[in-house]
Design a protein around this ligand. Structure first.
Ligand code: ZN
Length: 75
């Protein structure tokens, strides 16, 4: 009877560890999304809006959200 209880206890512990592993393995996904959203954000020098670096317009080493704001600020 003692062996049966020990086996049941081991099964419960194994199930708990599996659940904990699932909980921890699902955590990094939202963190990755946050880090990709937070990186490469630049501020438009003219209007102050934050724009991803991929869509930034750079004129005379200054960052702008669009060519219009670059032209307006350079005038
Ligand atoms: Zn702007």
């Amino acid at each position: 009877m003692l062996l049966m209880r020990l086996i049941i206890l081991l099964v419960i512990v194994a199930a708990l560890l599996w659940l904990l592993k699932r909980l921890f393995s699902s955590d990094p996904e939202p963190e990755k999304l946050e880090s990709t959203e937070a990186e490469d954000m630049r501020q438009c020098k003219y209007c102050g809006v934050h724009v991803p670096q991929s869509s930034i317009v750079s004129v005379n080493r200054q960052d702008y959200c669009s060519q219009d704001h670059a032209d307006l600020d350079q005038q």
